[in-house]
Structures are given as C-alpha cells and as structure tokens.
Design a protein around this ligand. Structure first.
Ligand SMILES: Nc1nc2c(ncn2[C@@H]2O[C@H](COP(=O)(O)OP(=O)(O)OP(=O)(O)O)[C@@H](O)[C@H]2O)c(=O)[nH]1
Ligand SMILES: [Zn+2]
Length: 195
C-alpha cells in the first residue's frame, strides 16, 4: 500500500509568501499575515488524493448477489487543472457491472474513488479514465462507464473567458463497450431519471 506524501506545509507557505511578493502584494500587511499558512493547509486538502491507494478504497466488499448495473449519478467533483492550478468543478456519473464473484463495494467507496483521483493536479480526461481503470483493476468490474462533466475556471475567469462552457468526458470499459448495454447506462444517466 502506498502512503500519502506528507505535504510540506512550511515549504508551501514559503512559496505562497514568495508568490504574494511576485504579484506586487505585501505579505506582511495585516490581512495577509496568515495567508501563506492558510493556503498551504488548503493545498494539503485539495491535493489529499496524491499517494492514496485506490486498491485500499475498493478493498472492502459485500456479497449482494447483484449481477446487473450499479450506477451512481451526480457525484460532485472538485478538482484542479494541472495547467493553471485553478479549479474545475462538476459531476461524475459512475456505472459498473459487478465482478463475477458478485461482491461489490459500498456506494460511498465509489465517491471516495472519484475524490482520490480528483484531489490531485489533474486533467479531466485522465481523471475520467483513472476512475474507470481502477474499477477494472481493483474491483474486477465486468464493465465500467464513467462520464464527467465540468466547468474549468481557467476557461471562465481568465484566458478565453467562456463561463458556463461544460466539458464532458467519458471512459467505457469491458462489457459496457457493447452498444446495447452502453445505451442502457447512458439512458439511466439522463436527467429525467433523477430522483
Ligand atoms: N484537454 C484538457 N485541457 C485542459 C484541461 N484543463 C485545462 N486545459 C487546457 O489546457 C490548455 C493549456 O494551454 P496553454 O496554451 O499551454 O496555456 P494558456 O496560454 O494559459 O492557454 P489559454 O487557457 O488558452 O489562455 C488550455 O487550452 C486549457 O483550456 C483538461 O482537463 N483537459
Ligand atoms: Zn487550466
């Protein structure tokens, strides 16, 4: 099992102080005095998925004798684009066909898996495929579909400045590559199936 890297809070705080100087601020003015430490702690939280082991998240399973699709929709995603270190935010839908032995993880573990990969410097495409691959590798799911839909603040608040633009990415593995099964999964993800 890999252990999470300890975030070097002191080093992160020193870097933030340096950044404040670089943008022309005075890190010694009253309002900014605690900011480097706060930002360091915030980054430790935002990047808490680094070094965490997906096998561990998916290790506890239950025999629920269910061999058809399990779909968890609208899992909130907060991640950080590795190009600008700005947030991207939206939802993930994760569907899987249970493994042959019929053992499935608790529902919360799927959301924990999403978090484990989201809480790293990321690109949305890699986030999507890492979730799918982990369910194949560690759960031995017979099929997986992951759809992620996010707004990237690097496209909204700076640069091209297109607030509201949504990026959707998908990853499909195993038996869900079959057109009929995949169509069923996609229809279950449609908004009219909510609640
Ligand atoms: N494919 C992909 N691109 C991303 C993601 N997050 C941010 N980007 C893009 O990464 C690209 C980085 O482009 P660069 O040209 O190197 O950087 P830049 O000059 O800041 O680009 P602009 O954002 O266009 O101003 C931008 O087009 C971003 O929109 C992501 O999750 N996936
Ligand atoms: Zn970006």
């Amino acid at each position: 099992m890999s252990t999470p890297p300890r975030v070097d809070l002191q080093r992160a705080a020193a870097a933030v102080r340096e950044l404040l100087f670089a943008v022309g601020e005075d890190p010694d003015r009253e309002g900014l005095l605690d900011t480097p430490d706060r930002v360091a702690r915030a980054y430790a939280e935002i990047f808490a998925g680094l070094g965490k082991d997906p096998a561990e998240v998916l290790s506890r399973t239950f025999d629920v004798a269910h061999d058809e699709m399990v779909l968890i929709r609208d899992i909130e995603v907060y991640s950080t684009c590795e190009h600008h270190l700005l947030p991207f935010h939206g939802v993930a839908h994760v569907g899987y066909l249970p493994p042959k032995d019929g053992r499935v993880p608790g529902l919360s573990k799927i959301a924990r898996l999403v978090d484990l990969y989201a809480r790293r410097p990321q690109v949305q495409e890699r986030l999507t495929s890492q979730i799918a691959d982990a369910l194949v590798t560690h759960l031995h799911a017979q099929g997986v579909i992951v759809v992620v839909s996010c707004e990237h603040l690097c496209m909204s608040m700076r640069g091209v400045r297109k607030p509201g633009a949504l990026t959707t990415t998908s990853a499909v593995r195993g038996q869900l590559r079959d057109a009929t099964t995949r169509a069923e999964a996609i229809s279950l993800m449609a908004p009219d199936h909510r609640r």
